[in-house]
Write a protein that binds this ligand. Structure first.
Ligand code: NAD
Length: 486
């Protein structure tokens, strides 16, 4: 429906119907593995945003008053429908993003299904609190949905991060206007197809495609939007906060990262090596939680570096659509150029490129694709741009450290504070590091192990607010206290 077979077009979904952009303009959508434009996406503007917010506002009272069991049922049906069509979703995600098909099939799509199932269950478990004042009265905290909300998501994990917002919003009783990244619109469009197919009432979930300035900005500024849940760059996140603040609009901001991966000399060597490799290069380093600064205790440093570089060299970029490919392309020409420029900066700063450091050639249909070889750099101090600015690609640095205090100083020497990993067998070291690392998520002897009940989010320039579990349900609701005197 929303994807036109003759001329592949990703359209808006407003008030239960597929809609072309009011201005009639379209943006090209590229396949990163080939650099060719393979589709077009609606280049929406303020008129489309107005229509979507109006539809969400009209749908809100009935959705708010829909029993939680019914909302849960519809979310579960969305999950079931995606699961039943998982192969098509994975193929669309891989083509759109350049990520390996195997990764989309193993991670993105199942995790999107899990998000919808988790918040379907949460809808039925979310409860109001009461506080008795002995002999005086009773307080009841009613948590009521905010109204229409905006969910704005980036290109790296398009379906996973969109459902991570949309599912709790719908579960809590809000209606949604979603604005996915214009770079990767495919799976959001399929999600809209699912919403219609399973009978989600019109206006409960709306999708407005388009650029950040043309479609995202008017959505954030719209007075009918009661909250903005945003995942993306720190630059855009702070701009959104500035627009939302004068309206006293709630915002949840999940932003950039420059995450340390700390390996102590007593760590399980093979486990640390395997996990560091995954943390560095999953999705070509385009996961906000990727460990891009690897800190290794000095006695282990040379051995770890040599083994890490040897393993990184075996990660051959390939056609993402081939089932055996484990390392794909970067998401866009602009991002590809940015990552190569960051490698040039590392060289200019005096870094030694131990492997990679250039465009990777993938022959055949992918000859023109945006591939960068896994890149490992050493010899740079903590204050340089390479070690402080987010690159968000397959580029990691190695730095040696002496002791816990030194590891902490290096780990915390950035403006970001999203995630950190620590590998050690010493329980005391693990606890002391976890307590003092400036990161919203700390993994001990693991990476990317996620329990959806836990609060998720970053410190410092990595964001404000927390997602996940009750935090997400609370974000999309307003607590109102009712005090009843005895
Ligand atoms: P981005 O900030 O450029 O764009 C994110 C979304 O915001 C897109 O949909 C974009 O169209 C929209 N947008 C852009 N300008 C806007 C504006 N003025 N108003 C409203 N919306 C606007 O980010 P990106 O390049 O798509 O994604 C990469 C970034 O996302 C990285 O910095 C990465 O660390 C971050 N990220 C963070 C997390 C997390 O959980 N903290 C997860 C994934 C990605």
């Amino acid at each position: 429906m929303s994807v036109d077979a003759e001329r592949l077009r990703f359209r808006n979904f407003i008030d239960g119907a597929v809609a072309d952009p009011a201005g009639g303009a379209w943006l090209p959508v590229h396949e990163p593995a080939t650099a060719a434009a393979y589709a077009e996406v609606a280049a929406s503007g303020a008129a489309d945003v107005d229509a979507a917010v109006d539809a969400a506002a009209r749908a809100f009272p009935a959705w708010r008053d829909t029993p939680a069991e019914r909302r849960a049922h519809l979310l579960s049906r969305m999950a079931d429908a995606i699961e039943a069509d998982a192969a098509r979703f994975a193929a669309a995600e891989s083509r759109d993003t350049g990520k390996p098909l195997s990764l989309a099939a193993r991670m993105d799509i199942p995790r999107a299904v899990a998000n919808l199932r988790f918040f379907a269950a949460a809808a039925t478990q979310f409860a109001s609190e009461s506080h008795a004042m002995e002999g005086v009265g009773l307080n009841v905290t009613l948590r009521q949905p905010l109204g229409p909300v905006a969910c704005i998501s980036p290109w790296n994990l398009p379906l996973y991060l969109l459902t991570w917002k949309v599912a709790p919003a719908l579960a809590a009783g809000c209606t949604v206007v979603a604005k996915p990244s214009e770079v990767t619109p495919a799976t959001a469009t399929l999600l809209a197809e699912v919403a219609r197919a399973i009978g989600l009432p019109a206006g409960v979930f709306n999708l407005v495609h388009g650029g950040g300035d043309a479609a995202g900005a008017p959505l954030v500024a719209h007075p009918g939007v009661k909250a903005v849940s945003f995942t993306g760059s720190t630059r855009v996140g702070t701009a959104i906060a500035a627009v939302a603040a004068p309206q006293l609009k709630k915002v949840s901001l999940e932003l950039g990262g420059k995450n340390p991966f700390v390996v102590f000399a007593d760590a399980d060597f093979e486990a640390a090596l395997d996990t560091a490799l995954r943390a560095a290069f999953t999705n070509q380093g385009q996961v906000c939680l990727c460990g891009s600064r690897i800190l290794v205790q000095r006695p282990l440093y040379a051995r770890f570096r040599d083994a890490f570089v040897a393993r990184a060299r075996t990660l051959a970029p390939g056609d993402p659509m081939q089932p055996e490919t484990a390392f794909g392309a970067l998401a866009s020409q602009a991002h590809f150029d940015k990552v190569l420029a960051a490698i040039d900066t590392a060289r200019a700063e005096g870094g030694t490129v131990l492997c990679g450091g250039a465009r990777a050639d993938v022959p055949g249909r992918c000859a023109g694709g945006w591939f960068v070889a896994p890149t490992v750099i050493e010899g740079l101090g903590p204050g340089c741009r390479t070690n402080t600015e987010e690159i968000f690609g397959p580029v990691v640095t190695l730095q040696p450290f002496d002791d816990e205090a030194h590891a902490l100083a290096l780990a915390n020497a950035v403006a970001y504070g999203l995630a950190a990993s620590v590998f050690t067998r010493d329980l005391g070291t693990a606890h002391r590091m976890a307590a003092r690392l400036e990161a919203g998520v700390v993994w001990i002897n693991c990476w990317l192990l996620r329990d959806l009940r836990t609060p998720f989010g970053g410190m410092k320039q990595s964001g404000s607010g927390r997602e996940g579990g009750w935090e997400a349900m609370r974000f999309f609701t307003e607590p109102r206290n009712v005090c009843i005197a005895y």
